[in-house]
Design a protein around this ligand. Structure first.
Ligand SMILES: NC(=O)C1=CN([C@@H]2O[C@H](COP(=O)(O)OP(=O)(O)OC[C@H]3O[C@@H](n4cnc5c(N)ncnc54)[C@H](O)[C@@H]3O)[C@@H](O)[C@H]2O)C=CC1
Ligand SMILES: O=C(O)[C@@H]1CCC=N1
Length: 266
């Protein structure tokens, strides 16, 4: 790994999950990293955390992990100091590469869109860059590999869709788990038991879908015995494409918000 020194500007829920996984898997050691946060966050043991960037030479990579709305504040405080950094990675939703390039002077800029399950190595990391050479792209992909599925997205115009599906996706699925559990409780199951059943069912179904050669639609058909009860339930989800339309509207709303954040940051 040629990315030996990392500065993380803004390292909260998401940046912290990535960092924890890198350290847990031995891809990065704590003393390779400096974190700048507005106030201290719980971070893996041994990671330096401060309010200001460290003195000394620039690192191999800087990752921006604050909110998109904090871009100007961060640029105002740090753009001069980090000018010339070889690689800038941004996990900011919406914020475009050209916007980042207008604020920061970096050898290459890569947008990364992780999701929360990176914490256990089962996440997704979407990557896009117009500026990174092949060697840099390989370095970034190697860094992200212990986090889960790594996918390059060649069309920058699709990055907001990736963000809506995979970045926000865990949030949508947690809602589905909650709904499954509440549905079970409404049928009379104790709430805690319904939640255990819902979580384990989603975990098992997800693992099976990941391992299967069949499409999810075919897996659904296998659960639904002819004339049985699953079909009755699927008929409710499928009536007027109710679930598909709800999910499509959900992703559209999230994608639209990413575009709004991109426009606000330009
Ligand atoms: N939470 C998620 O599931 C995902 C989040 N993202 C992106 O990750 C970024 C961070 O999101 P979260 O981790 O959820 O937010 P968070 O609020 O947990 O973390 C943001 C961090 O930035 C730091 N920060 C804020 N202003 C600062 C400043 N002026 N100087 C230094 N540090 C500063 C805060 O101290 C905090 O630790 C966002 O841009 C979001 O779009 C991307 C994918 C998934
Ligand atoms: O909600 C957000 O804006 C970010 C983007 C993907 C997940 N969290």
């Amino acid at each position: 790994m040629s990315l030996k020194r990392l500065w993380l500007i803004g390292c909260g829920n998401m940046g912290g999950a990535m960092l924890r996984r890198w350290i847990d898997t031995g891809h990065i050691t704590a003393n390779q990293v400096d974190v700048i946060n507005r106030s201290d966050r719980v971070l893996p043991e041994g990671v330096r955390q401060a309010r200001n960037l460290p003195d000394g030479p620039l690192p191999d990579m800087i990752m921006l992990g604050m909110k998109p709305q904090q871009l100007d504040e961060i640029a105002r405080h740090h753009a001069l100091r980090i000018s010339g950094v070889p690689l800038l990675v941004s996990i900011l939703a919406g914020v475009e590469e050209s916007t980042l390039a207008s604020r920061f002077d970096a050898g290459a800029i890569v947008r990364a869109m992780p999701n929360m399950p990176v914490a256990i190595g089962k996440g997704v990391v979407g990557l896009h860059s117009d500026s990174a050479a092949d060697a840099v792209r390989s370095d970034v992909a190697a860094l992200m590999t212990p986090l889960g599925l790594v996918e390059w997205v060649s069309d920058a115009g699709l990055f907001n869709a990736v963000t809506a599906l995979a970045g926000s996706g865990p949030g949508f699925l947690y809602r589905f788990i909650e709904a499954l559990a509440e549905g079970g409780a409404a049928l009379g199951l104790p709430a805690d038991q319904a939640q255990r059943l819902a979580v384990a069912t989603v975990e098992g179904a997800g693992l099976m879908a990941a391992a299967a050669n069949e499409e999810p639609a075919e897996l659904a058909d296998r659960v639904a015995s002819k004339g049985g009860s699953t079909r009755e339930g699927l008929n409710v989800l499928d009536a007027d494409d109710a679930l598909k339309r709800l999910v499509a509207a959900t992703l559209s709303a999230a994608e639209r918000r990413n575009a709004e954040m991109a426009a606000a940051a330009r």
